[in-house]
Design a protein around this ligand. Sequence first.
Ligand SMILES: [Cu+2]
Length: 316
Amino acid sequence: MRLIKTAVLSSIAIAMMAGVSVSAVQAKTVKVTMTAMENEVVIDNKGTKYPAWTYDGAIPGKVVRVKEGDTVDFTLVNPKTNKNSHSMDFHAAEVDVLNEFGAVRPGHNKHFVFKAKRAGVYMYHCGANPMVQHIARGMYGMIIVDPKRFSRAYPKADREYVLIQSQYFPDAENYAAMLENKGWTNALINGRIFNYDPVHDANATKVLMAKPGERVRIFFANANVNMPVAFHPIAGIWDRVFVNGNPKNVLYDVQTYGVPVAAASTFDIVSPADHATNNAIVDHTMSAALRGAITVLMNRPDADPKLGTGDNILLR
Ligand SMILES: [Cu+2]
């Protein structure tokens, strides 16, 4: 024990002599590369194809996860086979909209670096013109900036899931209609209508799972182009809501929490420990819920231990 302590102390001393802070020694640089792709994706449980624009081929793009204080070293590749310019706007970055977030023409790359200084959960998206179309066609995802440490207010969760909601506009070319909020027929959760809801869609094969009494943490982002979300766990109450995902912004015992366009927050739910239950996590805005924005969370003793852990937080 004493040996370990001495080793830690001497590495801190070396870091201080070298003129760097202790937190800088612990922080990492995380390399992230994404490729803009103009490709078909499946947008429902029966296999309907849609001419999407994506990061790396899927809606949403991959989850980027770093720790508060880490540096993100990012490259966007826009292959010359694409027809459109694309870009990357990380809401977790404090940079120059005209520089780092600028559009990248087909056949070009963009590299930039930023420090994720503020813990939280953030959307990322393409901001190339017309932005409404690039987001509606699928160019969005989530970056989680984990706080440096857990606390009483922000305890470690037993399971974690990412849910990102968006509006589905079947007429992918009509961005004028998107601007007017016309022509959207469905809500997508992680890129599919009723993605995790076998109750409303017999073709759905996936649900979220946890054991009774576990703390389930939902990282939720609203990637709609025009509609706020009324985020509610049917048959449950949010034990805690962390506004913008930051542990400092904690609310307790909330039934429904409003998530504006382009916002994200973190939601904890703890089901009764003594028996199996189910929750339906919805956008309680009926025009969205009944068109796809319902997610079933099953709380049962035989819950698959792999779900909601490690790389299984965004279920594809
Ligand atoms: Cu784009």
